[in-house]
Design a protein around this ligand. Structure first.
Ligand SMILES: Nc1ncnc2c1ncn2[C@@H]1O[C@H](COP(=O)(O)OP(=O)(O)O)[C@@H](O)[C@H]1O
Ligand SMILES: Nc1ccn([C@H]2C[C@H](O)[C@@H](COP(=O)(O)OP(=O)(O)O)O2)c(=O)n1
Length: 413
C-alpha cells in the first residue's frame, strides 16, 4: 500500500467542500509561517480529522469497495461526524489518483472512530492517516495511522495551489468514459462473479460487431437533459420521416439498467458504453432500410460521466479539445446530433408536468446548478459528430419544424 502512496510530498490532497475541491499538500518540514489550509478552517479545537484512501491494486474491487464504503461510514460514524469525499494524486501523473474520504470527529467520539478505522485498515486495502493540530491552532500535521503513536512520522500540512487539472481528469479515460468496446467489456467481464447480470448484458452483444460501417440512410441523434423534449421530438420525427426510432440504452438492456445505476461509475459507465455499441448495431441494421432517429447516444454517456467525475465549476472540466471529448474510434458516428437546450425553469416545469425522474443524476441536475452547467458544457465540447443546439422552448410543433429544417439541410432528407 505504501508503494502506491509513494512520493508523499509530491502528492496533493483534495477534499470536497460545498461541491468543489479544496487542496492541500504535505511537507516533511515546514518552510516559513504556518498557514492552515482552508480544509481545516472550520475544524473546532477538540475535533480530530482522519483521511482514508483506498489503495486496491484491482480497479473493479477498489471502486466497488470505495463506493460501498460511503454508506458503511455513514451508518457507523457517530452523529455529528463530518464525512467528505477526498482524493490524493500527483498532479498531471495519470494513474496516481487514490479516492477516499476525509472524516472529522467531534470531541469525545475519537475512540469510536479510531476503532472503526483500525478495523477497516486491518481488513481492507486502505491507507488511514490522522491529523493533529498544534496548540495555537495554526499548524496541522499528518501521520500514517498504522504507525504506533509513540514514533509517528509526521508531515506538515501546507496549502497547495490549485493544480492545472482536476484530479478526476487523471483517471477518466476508460474509467469514466470508455473509448472502445473492448475496454468496456473488459470491465464488465471482471464483474461476472460479483454482478451475475453482466453475463446477460454481454450476451446481448452481437457476435460480430461492425459499429463503424457507414449507414445507407441518415442517422439523427436527439440529445439533451431530462425533460427537454427528446421523447416528444423523436416520436414526431419518426412519424414525419417514416423513420425507425431507437434509443440508448437499448430496450433489450432495460431489465438490468436499474441494477447498474446502483454501481460505481467504472461499472455503470461500462454498462452504458456497451449499450451504445448494441444500439449502434441496431442502427446499422435499420439504417439499411430507412432513416433512423436515436434518443440519446454517446454524447449523453460521455457528458454525464465527465460532469459527474469532475466537481466544482465548469472551469474544472477538461479543456476544450482534450482527448476525453473525442468520439470512440470503433463507434458509429451519426449523420447529425441535435442538442435540445431549454431554460432551467421551463425544464423544471415540464419535468413536474411529466413527473418520473429516471436516475439519481437526473435528480442531481435540478438541485445542483454546478452539475447541470458541467453537463451542458461537456455536451458542447464533444467532437466527432456535428452537434447542433436547438432551442426547445417553443411549442412541440415548432420545435419539430425547426428540427426538420435542420435535418433536411444537413442530411438532404
Ligand atoms: N416543446 C414543448 N413545449 C412544451 N412542453 C413540451 C414540449 N416538448 C415536450 N413537452 C412536455 O415536456 C415533458 C417532457 O418531455 P419529454 O419528451 O418526455 O422530454 P425528455 O424525453 O427529454 O425527458 C412532457 O410532459 C412533454 O409533454
Ligand atoms: N446513452 C446514454 C443514455 C443515458 N445515460 C444516463 C445519463 C443519465 O444519468 C441518464 C439519463 O437517461 P434517462 O433515460 O433518465 O433520461 P431521459 O428520461 O431519456 O431524458 O442515463 C447514459 O449515460 N448514456
Amino acid at each position: 500500500i505504501l508503494k502506491r502512496f509513494s512520493m508523499w510530498s509530491s502528492r496533493v490532497f483534495s477534499v470536497e467542500v460545498d461541491g468543489a475541491p479544496r487542496y492541500f499538500g504535505i511537507r516533511e518540514q515546514l518552510r516559513g509561517e504556518p498557514v492552515p489550509p482552508d480544509v481545516f478552517s472550520e475544524v473546532q479545537k477538540q475535533d480530530r480529522c482522519y483521511s482514508l484512501l483506498v489503495c486496491s491494486g484491482d480497479r473493479v474491487t477498489g471502486d466497488r469497495f470505495h463506493w460501498e464504503l460511503r454508506d458503511r461510514l455513514q451508518r457507523q460514524l457517530p452523529p455529528g461526524s463530518g464525512l467528505r469525499s477526498m482524493s490524493s494524486f500527483i498532479p498531471d501523473q495519470k494513474g496516481s489518483l487514490l479516492k477516499g474520504y476525509f472524516l472529522q470527529s467531534r470531541a469525545g467520539n475519537s475512540s469510536l472512530i479510531e476503532d472503526i478505522l483500525t478495523d477497516l485498515e486491518q481488513r481492507n486495502p486502505v491507507l488511514v492517516c490522522s491529523y493533529s493540530q498544534s496548540e495555537d491552532g495554526q499548524q496541522w500535521t499528518q501521520c500514517l495511522w498504522y504507525q504506533s503513536e509513540d514514533n509517528p512520522v509526521r508531515f506538515c500540512v501546507v496549502p497547495s495551489e490549485t493544480p492545472k487539472h482536476h484530479p478526476s481528469v487523471l483517471n477518466m479515460i476508460n474509467s469514466d468514459v470508455f473509448y472502445s468496446l473492448d475496454e468496456a467489456c473488459d470491465v464488465l467481464k471482471q464483474c461476472g462473479d460479483i454482478i451475475p447480470e453482466t453475463r446477460s448484458v454481454l450476451g446481448m452483444l452481437p457476435s460480430s460487431l461492425d459499429a463503424r460501417r457507414k449507414p445507407d440512410f441518415p442517422v439523427i441523434v436527439i440529445e439533451g437533459l431530462d425533460a427537454t423534449g427528446k421523447t416528444t421530438l423523436t416520436e414526431s420525427l419518426r412519424d414525419s420521416l417514416g423513420a425507425t426510432l431507437l434509443r440508448s440504452p437499448p430496450q433489450c438492456l432495460s431489465a438490468w439498467r436499474g441494477r447498474f445505476d446502483r454501481e460505481p461509475p467504472l461499472i455503470r459507465r461500462a454498462f452504458y458504453a456497451v449499450g451504445n455499441y448494441i444500439t449502434a448495431e441496431q442502427i446499422n441494421q435499420e439504417a439499411s432500410k430507412s432513416p433512423v432517429i436515436v434518443d440519446r447516444f454517446w454524447h449523453s454517456t460521455a457528458a454525464y460521466a465527465i460532469a459527474t467525475a469532475v466537481t466544482g465549476p465548469v472551469s474544472n472540466l477538461p479543456h476544450e479539445g482534450a482527448e476525453v471529448y473525442h468520439w470512440p474510434g470503433d463507434l458509429l458516428q451519426p449523420s447529425l446530433v441535435i442538442l435540445l437546450t431549454l431554460d432551467p425553469e421551463e425544464r423544471k416545469r415540464r419535468l413536474r408536468s411529466r413527473g418520473l425522474m429516471k436516475t439519481d443524476e437526473e435528480e442531481e441536475l435540478d438541485h445542483n446548478k454546478l452539475f447541470r452547467t458541467r453537463v451542458e458544457e461537456a455536451y458542447r465540447r464533444i467532437v466527432g459528430s456535428a452537434c447542433i443546439a436547438l432551442d426547445a422552448s417553443p411549442s412541440a410543433d415548432l420545435v419539430l419544424q425547426q428540427a426538420l429544417l435542420l435535418i433536411r439541410a444537413k442530411c438532404h432528407l
